[in-house]
Design a protein around this ligand. Structure first.
Ligand code: SAH
Length: 500
């Protein structure tokens, strides 16, 4: 029997990737085909499976990609093929999203479907502008209206007279270019020209822009500010509360476009911190972590694990790679034996802690030089046997330095770093098209790989580095580093960005 297909009509939320539902996210993770359009944040697509087909069904100005009928037919076709399809729609699929039409086509064709509601821009764009759509004292109801139709034409389906008479907040989606006519119509039906109005462009995203005025003045503000769709318009007393309650556009890094260059596995913490401070973060994975060309060295080392006095870790990736092989061979952490553990810094130490392994030695400053100095000062290295599970291209100075102290060092390839050439989120394309205020570097290999992917010298942007080795690598690539993090950690890097 053929596998039955299913189509999930999923609300992707208004733009902030955090505003998708847990169920919506699961649908993206599970899908064989993801169909999305231009109000959907493409950063959500990174949650799709690597082999999932990503299909753009949006309407770009001028370049008409897929008509609604074509989209309906496409969803039916893939569903009938037995595919798991996730149809992502901006905001909520049933709020002016034509989701109901898609559901009805699927029903008629006998394709199973589910609706996953989303957070509509009609409430969230106002919220991110500091405007509550209801308020106990000033608005006990809100209505959501389409501004799509010309209110002065006879065939309009919106009863503007009743909109004017409504006792609560009026939220208008679409129709930025018709705001003058809409305001005129509302005033004609008796709404005061002093009624507060706010308009929120691309709410909940780093591009959010809010303008304020009154029914009488708003069209002039739109023109003066060259205010563009998509936007949500809020008409009513609640719009005034923005003066007190605005928060999103006030955050310290709001409006700053910052590039994060890390391997995909590690990017999340830095991205999260910068985004929370309001930055528009372009995540450009530059390196992918892979097993080394040969695992023979690591396997041999594990066979003779009992002979080592110290395991020396210089990166979280080294820890992950070491323990992946370790648990292939042993099923008990005690097989580590009495060996002592050294770590270059907090991130590596934290990774070790995930395996419930404590650290015996860690320098105050998180560099391999400081680690070497710490060995020199605290440990008598003569004839000790040390294992360094590291990246294939790691700097050899640490190993040589330890040997100079009399140690017997096995510097082995535990993993390799390769350039990550995929651009799933389109962030690399955005960097090339729009530029960035700041580019962050967190390791010398990310610098080198970033420079392979992008002509970095041509970017007019400020470079920030996590530490001296990374700075040296940037300089070797002809880039001038404006500020270096102290301490050499992700929080230190965030501090450095804030200082700028
Ligand atoms: N289903 C969507 C609305 C689709 S109609 C929802 O529930 O949000 C498209 C209109 O939605 C746009 O013209 C604009 O008015 C509004 N819109 C969608 N996302 C928006 C955003 N992030 N900021 C402001 N307006 C948005």
């Amino acid at each position: 029997m053929k596998k039955a297909g299913k189509v999930y009509l999923v609300g992707a939320g208004p733009g902030d990737v955090g505003l998708i539902t847990v169920k919506g996210l699961e649908c993206i993770q599970r899908a064989e085909v993801v169909v999305y359009d231009n109000l959907v944040n493409p950063a959500l697509l990174k949650h799709a499976r690597p082999e999932a087909e990503l299909v753009f069904a949006g309407k770009l100005p001028k370049k008409h990609v897929m008509t609604q009928e074509e989209t309906n037919a496409y969803l039916v076709k893939r569903g009938l093929e037995g595919k798991i399809v996730t149809r992502l729609k901006g905001g909520d699929p049933f709020v002016f999203g034509r989701g109901s039409e898609e559901a009805d086509e699927l029903r008629q064709a006998g394709v199973a479907y589910e609706i996953v509601p989303g957070i509509s821009s009609s409430i969230s764009a106002p919220a991110y502008a500091g405007i509550p759509v209801t308020h106990r004292a000033v608005a006990t109801a809100f209505m959501v209206i389409t501004g799509h139709e010309d209110p002065t034409k006879a065939e309009t389906q919106v009863d503007w007279e009743n909109v004017a008479k409504f006792f609560g907040t009026r939220v208008i989606l679409m129709g930025v270019e018709r705001i003058g006519k809409i305001a005129g119509e509302l005033m004609k039906h008796g709404l005061s020209g002093d009624t507060p109005v706010a308009m929120v462009h691309r709410g909940t995203t780093p591009h959010q822009k809010t303008i304020s005025g009154t029914l009488a003045t708003i069209a002039g503000v739109v023109e003066r500010e060259k205010f563009q769709p998509p936007a949500v318009t809020i008409i009513g007393e609640v719009a005034r509360l923005r003066d007190k309650l605005q928060w999103f556009e006030q955050r310290p890094l709001f409006g700053k476009r910052i590039v994060v260059t890390r391997s995909r596995e590690q990017a999340s913490e830095l991205v999260k911190r910068l985004a929370e401070l309001g930055a528009d973060v372009l995540e450009i994975p530059t390196i992918a972590i892979k097993p080394p060309k040969s695992l023979a060295g690591l396997r041999e080392a594990l066979d003779g694990l009992g002979e080592y006095d110290w395991l020396v870790f210089t990166s979280p990736n080294g820890v992950t790679a070491f323990f992946r092989e370790f648990f292939q061979k042993f099923d008990d952490i005690r097989s580590l034996g009495p060996v002592k553990i050294a770590s270059v810094g907090v991130a590596t130490t934290e990774k070790l802690r995930e395996f419930h392994v404590a650290v015996d030695l860690q320098p105050e400053e998180f560099t391999t030089e400081a680690l070497l100095a710490k060995f020199k000062k605290d440990i008598s290295c003569e004839n000790l046997k040390l294992l360094l599970p590291r990246a294939d291209l790691a700097d050899e100075r640490l190993a040589r330095g330890l040997e100079d102290l009399g140690a017997i060092v096995d510097d082995i390839d535990a993993y390799q770093t390769v350039p990550d050439t995929e651009d799933r989120t389109g962030h690399r394309a955005r960097l090339l098209a729009e530029g960035a205020d700041i580019v962050t570097f967190t390791s010398s290999s990310t610098v080198n790989n970033f420079c392979k992917l992008v002509d970095a010298k041509k970017l007019s942007t400020t470079f920030v580095s996590i530490g001296p080795q990374t700075t040296a690598a940037a300089e070797a690539n002809g880039l001038k580093v404006a500020i270096e993090a102290t301490p050499h950690t992700i929080p230190g890097l965030v501090e450095a960005v804030l200082k700028l």
